[in-house]
Design a protein around this ligand. Structure first.
Ligand code: DGY
Length: 348
C-alpha cells in the first residue's frame, strides 16, 4: 500500500498500523509511505531487505523482527538513517549495530504504560478469582447450582503484591493494585521508585486517617525477597542477558505454594519448561501470561494447565495506545529525517 507516491522521503512500515494519524504526519512532511500488507505474520530478514530496496529513508518495524547487523547494513546502503520499533521493548534491536551504520533507533515509551499495567492487573485478578476456569465450566454446561466450595480463589485485599522492575509500567501496576485492592507492596528494582513510594505512603496515611488498615510498602534488597514474600508477583524487567530465565526452577521453588505470577514483559524472562513442571506439581500456584519464550508456540503442557491463563501478547492492545504507538514510531522516524527531536531514544 502506497501513500503520497511523489513524496521526497521514502518511509516503509513493515506492518499496517492502527489509525491514520501516523500516515498523515508522514505525508504532511513530504514522505512517501509504503506499508507492507503481506499476509505473513512475522517477516524474515530477507522479506525486510526486499522492502527496504535501493532507496529508503526510514523504517517502522515490529518487535517480531530481527533488527540486527544485516538489516541496519541494508538500510544504511539504501541511504536510511532512521528506524523505530513500534514497541517500548527493543530486545529485538541491536542498538550497537544501528549506531555503527549511522541509523537512529526509536521506541515508543509512555503511551502504553497504563494499558499494559491494566492487563497485568486483569491477569492478576483473573488468576486470583479463577475467572477463566469458571467461564469454561459454565460454557461446558457443568454448573448445577451454587456450592460453598465452587471456584474459591484468593482475596487480594491485605495480601502483598510484588513487583519486579518498578519502571513506568511496574509502578503503574503497583499503584493500581495498592489503590484498587488495598494490597501491601514489596518491590525490587535497581533504582528507587521514589514517586511510587510517595504515592503508597500518602495512600497509607489516607487509609489510616479514615480508620482503615493502612497499606505498607518495602523496597526489597534482593529479588528473591519479593518472590518469597509476595502473594501476587508481576514481572516488568527489560529482557537482556541479565534477565534471561530470571524465573527458573530454583526460584519458583521459593515462591508461596498459592502465589500468582504474572508476566507482561518478555517471555524468556521465565524458564517456561520449569514453569510448566511447577504448575503441574503445584495446582494452587497460578500464572497469567501475556508473553512466551517462543511467541508462536507455548511449551508442551502449558495449554493443558487449568492454573494458567494465557493470552497472545495483548498487553498494549487498546485502541488509544496502539494508535499512540504508531504515531510515536512515525514521529521518531520523522525526527531523524527532518532533524526534530526523536521521542523514544534507547541511547538516552
Ligand atoms: C512493547 O511495546 O514492548 C510491548 O510488548 C508491545 O505490546
Amino acid at each position: 500500500e502506497v501513500w503520497n507516491p511523489k513524496g521526497k522521503y521514502r518511509v516503509v512500515s513493515t506492518k499496517p498500523m492502527p489509525g491514520t494519524r501516523w500516515i498523515n504526519l508522514l505525508i504532511e512532511q513530504d514522505c512517501r509511505v509504503e506499508i507492507c500488507t503481506q499476509k505473513k505474520t512475522i517477516l524474515s530478514v530477507e522479506d525486510i531487505i526486499a522492502l527496504i530496496g535501493d532507496k529508503c529513508d526510514g523504517v517502522i518495524g515490529q518487535l517480531t523482527e530481527d533488527w540486527g547487523e544485516t538489516l541496519f547494513a541494508a538500510l544504511s546502503r539504501a541511504g536510511g538513517t532512521a528506524f523505530s520499533n513500534m514497541a517500548v521493548g527493543y530486545n529485538n534491536v541491536d542498538v550497537n549495530a544501528a549506531n555503527k551504520y549511522g541509523v537512529a533507533v526509536g521506541n515508543t515509551p509512555g503511551v502504553l504504560t497504563e494499558t499494559t499495567a491494566e492487563l497485568a492487573a486483569s491477569l492478576s485478578l483473573a488468576a486470583a478469582r479463577r475467572i477463566v476456569e469458571a467461564d469454561e465450566f459454565m460454557r461446558a454446561g457443568l454448573y448445577d447450582g451454587w456450592l460453598p466450595h465452587l471456584f474459591v480463589g484468593n482475596l487480594l485485599k491485605g495480601q502483598t503484591v510484588g513487583v519486579i522492575g518498578a519502571g513506568r509500567i511496574g509502578s503503574a501496576y503497583a499503584r493500581m493494585m495498592v489503590e484498587g485492592f488495598k494490597m501491601n507492596l514489596i518491590y525490587y528494582d535497581l533504582y528507587q521508585a521514589t514517586r511510587l513510594e510517595k504515592f503508597v505512603t500518602g495512600y497509607g496515611q489516607f487509609l489510616k486517617a479514615n480508620g482503615e488498615q493502612p497499606v505498607t510498602w518495602r523496597r526489597a534488597a534482593t529479588m528473591d525477597e519479593v518472590l518469597q514474600e509476595a502473594d501476587v508477583i508481576s514481572l516488568h524487567p527489560v529482557l537482556d542477558k541479565t534477565t534471561y530465565h530470571l524465573i527458573n526452577k530454583e526460584r519458583l521453588a521459593t515462591m508461596k505454594k498459592e502465589a500468582i505470577l504474572v508476566n507482561c514483559s518478555r517471555g524468556p524472562v521465565i524458564d517456561e519448561v520449569a514453569l510448566v513442571e511447577h504448575l503441574k506439581q503445584n495446582p494452587m500456584f497460578r500464572v497469567g501470561l501475556d508473553v512466551f519464550e517462543d511467541e508462536r508456540y507455548m511449551k508442551p503442557g502449558l495449554a493443558d494447565m487449568k492454573n494458567a491463563i494465557v493470552v497472545p501478547h495483548i498487553a498494549s492492545a487498546s485502541k488509544w495506545t496502539r494508535e499512540g504507538m504508531a504515531t510515536l514510531a512515525a514521529l521518531n522516524v520523522l525526527g531523524k529525517i527532518k532533524g526534530y527531536p526523536v521521542w523514544g531514544d534507547p541511547n538516552r
